[in-house]
Ligand binder design. Structure first.
Ligand code: NAI
Length: 304
């Protein structure tokens, strides 16, 4: 069973994807009276027509989390136009801490996928609060940054989205780090299509800024984020060992310890099964380390 705490835009969209893809039973939890039950009913009606016999439940009671294999945390404030993800730090840390206590109480065997922003810091809050092992608590942000980077590359290079292999790691925030050295068009280096100097700086900037543009235009982002989480859930449920960018707790990898930050990792039934260390250009490494520093400062400002 997949549980989703927070039945707002990202949570309800994720529930819809999970039901449509017939991935698992789905439980929605929220503090707004009626909202999760309403979402569950609406989704059940869709499932009935599709002939999908998954249990879909909505509740305001955290005890509904009992039996969860994965709990996705989409509960928290979302940024408004002009805000950075870090502006949500203190308020969402309080929400994520209380949600994590409930997860530890009712779903002590589950894995947690964090979505609430600032996501890397919130992943750390959930890890510390639940006391779960580091393989079981990880965050979605890199998958979304990667979607955006892929779309930019496909458009810029005028090739199919399917041909793009790319990677974005680091902080899911102002220092997100698209990795050009490891990105290609089906194995063909990007330099065959366009000169490095022409694209690198402007595409890094565009990847970082595009979320703010979507928020300005439509108030929030939820289709691409929900899809990113669904991909991670599939990797766990089907034990795919898929190598995906996820926010994971580092203990010496990349020369960093004590924070959660986006890194490529093999994701399977145990959660984060192996963190993969890659080579980076000097500029990429500087960006990655700048994000790590920001996150270290952010979590040290929290009382956990
Ligand atoms: P939303 O406002 O539509 O939904 C949030 C829901 O959480 C609301 O229904 C609210 O009632 C609920 N909630 C608040 N406190 C709760 C609690 N203690 N227990 C249960 N439910 C609670 O927001 P949206 O757009 O769905 O975004 C959710 C979060 O995800 C935000 O923090 C946003 O910044 C973040 N986000 C992260 C992304 C990522 O890539 N990691 C991408 C998009 C959004």
């Amino acid at each position: 069973m997949i549980s989703i705490v927070g039945s707002g835009r990202v949570g309800s969209t994720l529930a819809m994807i999970l039901v449509q893809r017939n991935i698992d039973d789905v439980t929605l939890v929220d503090i707004i009276p009626g909202l999760p039950e309403g979402e569950a009913l609406d989704l059940s009606h869709m499932a009935a027509e599709l002939g999908i016999d998954r249990k879909i439940i909505g509740s305001n009671d955290y005890s509904a989390l009992k039996g969860s294999d994965i709990v996705v945390v989409t509960a928290g404030l979302a940024r408004k136009p002009g805000m950075t993800r870090m502006d949500l730090l203190t308020k969402n840390a309080g929400i994520v801490k209380s949600v994590s206590q409930e997860i530890a109480k009712y779903a002590s065997e589950s894995k947690i996928i964090m979505v609430a922003n600032p996501m890397d810091a919130m992943t750390y809050v959930a890890l510390r609060t639940t006391g779960f092992g580091k393989k079981r608590v990880f965050g979605m942000g890199g998958m979304l940054d990667l979607s955006r980077f892929k779309e930019l590359l496909a458009r810029k290079l005028n090739v199919s989205r399917m041909s793009i292999n790319a990677l974005v790691i680091g902080e899911h925030g102002e220092s997100m780090t698209p990795i050009f050295s490891n990105s290609s068009v089906n194995g063909i280096p990007l330099s065959k299509f366009v000169s490095q100097t022409q694209i690198v700086d402007e595409m890094v900037e565009e990847t970082r800024k595009i979320a703010a543009k979507v928020i300005e235009l439509k108030g929030a982002t939820f289709y691409a984020p929900a899809n990113g989480v669904a991909r991670m859930i599939e990797a766990v449920i089907y034990d795919k060992k898929a190598v995906l960018p996820v926010s994971a707790y580092l203990e010496g990898e990349y020369g960093i310890s004590g924070i959660c930050i986006g890194v490529p990792a093999s994701i399977g039934i145990e959660g984060v099964e192996k963190i993969i260390e890659i080579e980076m250009s000097q500029k990429e490494r500087e960006s990655f380390e700048r994000g790590a520093k920001t996150l270290k400062e952010a979590i040290s400002s929290l009382s956990l």
